[in-house]
Design a protein around this ligand. Sequence first.
Ligand code: ADP
Ligand code: MG
Length: 618
Amino acid sequence: MALLQIAEPGKSAAPHQRRIAVGIDLGTTNSLVAAVRSGVSEVLADEQGRFLLPSIVHYNEDGGVELGYNAAEKANQDPLNTIASAKRLMGKGFDEVAQMQAYELVSGPSQLAAFRTRAGDKTPLEIAAEILKSLVNRAEQSLGDEVNGAVITVPAYFDDTQRQATKDAATLAGINVLRLLNEPTAAAVAYGLDHQASGIHAIYDLGGGTFDISILNLSKGVFEVLATGGDTALGGDDFDLLIVQWIASQADYENLNVQQHRYVSAVAKAAKESLAEAATVNVELNEFGLQWQGELTRDQMNELIDPVIRRTLRACKKTLRDSGVDVSGIEQVVMVGGSTRVLSVRDQVGALFQSEPLVSIDPDRVVAMGAAIQADILIGNRPDSEMLLLDVLPLSLGIETVGGLSEKIIPRNTTLPVSRAQEFTTYQDGQVMMSIHVLQGEREMVQDCRSLAKFTLKDIPPAVAGAAKIRVAFQVDADGLLTVSAQELTTQKTTQVEVKPSFGLEEVEIRRMLQESFANAAEDAAARALREIQVDGQRLLDALDAAIAEDGKLLSESETLSLQTEMDALRVLVAGEQKTDLERAIAHLNKSSEAFAAARMNASIEVALTGKSIDSLE
Ligand code: ADP
Ligand code: MG
């Protein structure tokens, strides 16, 4: 008979306390919340059993706020106070998006774009906070407990500013953010691809108004983003529009007014969604003065929307080229986003990647489900053995060095969190200040990168060029957010900045920057090499100018003349682009100034030795 085990009083293990953590897919069109229950990740429904929350916020007349489906109903009668797709403007400056004409946009706090509504000016961050709050409320209702933390997903190409804005939105909503996670990574996690040893996967995400394709490489438990691509203005809305045009031509409606157009769009969208299951669908118009009835078959629809699908395929091919991976190198392609329910999309994507796409998990829910799995691990509900997925830095971080070059301190795709430091030195004799310019991007030249922040390190003890040692440390937390500090090592004086970046780029621009960096790698390397030699040349000229000013008397007139002539020639070359000539001239001037350098050395030793006895030198 087995002995009963009796614990010492007070030492018995408390029943395991599960903490609640959720995964949130904060989408452009729809948002969702998921949680792991009894080991299974599931999306949580609202009281009416609906899983999606349309990412729409309506500010109504009595000062209240409506969300989701309720807000969507107001779009027609109160468009300016009904904000949809705010994610497109997340972390964007007013100047960048002023041309978006669907709303009245204004320049809000710190030049951020904001929507002018009857409830005041609302930044995309505040809109996102409303959506996040509503999702967390839903989770608390549904789980019957308080939510302790959340993993929120963001597109893989989101930069520091956009990630920061997302995190700020969560803070505003009172949510403890455990981690921001890339959307494609979350989808891969939902399929358990992170449990495989290694492999390259494609994540095809076609939503309502955006298309994203990501090539991920899994190795040593880390998903590295090999390339991202897509189109920020391509998605299910384009399918709807083509179907609207078809209906209008079938019904002989030439000019639909705004209200009629919205109505026909809704009908078209419903027809499209039905055709994922049915082979034909009845289309009926009977409102806003429209009367028509017809039939749309799946084949007809496929033909209508084919040009849009082909555009996504072209973007896939381009992104594959950027990633340097051949189609045969892709193990699996994961389907994400409501629009991948269209069967023709699945077929064509499968044909392109020469493999059956992964569709067993609902493409609307897959991102939120993956985020919930990560949230459950991060909050500590899983055994330690469970692998925690790490994310990577989306774009390289660096600082500007002399000559307008970007010195990369942390390369793109480095696993997060990370901290790296590098030592820099002064460029000029007696330099007491150094300005640190933090950059993000892949290109070699400063003007091709995004400027994140600038700050100045003061009170460097004056010394000869190259003597001071300044340590610049970059720290990126698990969410991809950056802190930079600089320290002068002899005085230990530290200057620290939290990088609150200037509002800069559109996603498309980030993609363009990435693509350009691949396309221009060779050109950039050449430009960098030239610039470095120009800096060397200038440094030599500055040093000689200073030496001649101080010790010119050690040179004969003809020596001075010949040195000056050579220096003038070098000055011309430093301003030009003839790299080999420049290198040759630097080497030559180094050689011809050797005697002068030696004479200066001797003179200074003589000065030092004058009047000293031999003894004192020992
Ligand atoms: P986002 O990630 O941009 O928030 P979603 O992934 O939620 O977007 O996708 C929304 C889009 O999916 C809409 O255009 C919607 O019409 C489309 N969609 C949803 N269900 C279906 C379906 N059964 N067939 C075709 N399209 C669908
Ligand atoms: Mg999405």
